[in-house]
Design a protein around this ligand. Sequence first.
Ligand code: 9Z3
Length: 360
Amino acid sequence: MYTEPTTFSAEQYFATQLPPPALQHDVESVREFVARQQKEGRAVVLVTSGGTTVPLELNVVRFLDNFSAGTRGATSAEYFLKAGYAVIFMHRQFSLQPFSRHYSHSTNPFLDFLDIDSPESQGATPRISVTPNKREDLLQVLTVYKEVHARGTLHTLTFVTVNDYLWLLRAVSQEMSVLKRRAMFYLAAAVSDFFLPRQKMASYLVSSFASEHKIQSGKGSLHIEMDQVPKILKPLVDEWTPGGFIVSFKLETDQNLLLPKARQAIERYGHQVVIGNELHRRKFEVVFVSKKPLPALPPGIEQTDEAILQAVDPTNSFSEYWLRIDVPEHPAPGFLVKEIEEDIVDELVKRHAEWIANTP
Ligand code: 9Z3
């Protein structure tokens, strides 16, 4: 009988769940990438993007998914590249990617702006050209895309399940720890809070008489009890990558919970920034929540923990910074003045530079 606890510590999690098959290969590619960027003097940001799945079967037919198209991550990655960062883009397979996101198959299918030019002479091969009104945009995206490739500053990794995500995050952050303060973590992926341990998955399938095969219907309702995913921000901050500048996202559907939940995360994990966003307002409003820097003590007072604690007002120890984009009251479908990620990345680049400069 399998008796793992329903709340896993990170250690228990990695001791009992299997790594994804490509992990070793991915780690080596990241090591090589990080070493090259370090040699060339660039800061590196890990951008996580897209939703994680929770498979319900060993041979997966059904799974639960977390909402995320990957827009936040893919867009932010472009702005980080523009700001001179090297980017490790760790994303859900088939979610949006930097550059190609502009030509998503559903909103802007690329076949729609290609023309076939009729050949001048019979027998000549027809040529393909870009529809004139799409050329300028495509040229801009393509130019930056080619530059990034030539510079070798974008490295892409793929995950599907929450298990892939957790193993990859641990391994990549450990590889990035050599960068110390020049490493940034931008955790925009939508990560499941629950999972089904493989041990339970097996017994659950056995009890549905399906062994490794898909769950059969016809036996009434389906009950699934899931375990909690370990809180990995804690070991990320404390052990895997000490010194890194860590930014996590908090997604809520209740606007009133945004600040309390973001503050709670900062308090609990001790990282640098939580960016709160409400599901429906996320494209034009976000809030940065951080711990206020410790107050300077008056001269003559020794900088002890006790003196600092006395000087801090516990009701006022968080800083909040709202970023908003003005949108008309009744915007036309698809209307977007600018991408809020541009301002998010701008602000983070500034804060990261201060963090590098001011921390011993
Ligand atoms: C976010 O809040 C992202 O901004 C979105 C982006 C998922 C809303 P899209 O990809 O959406 O542009 O469609 N990510 C949520 C991150 C998350 O799940 N955080 C966990 C938590 O808050 C763990 S760090 O507990």
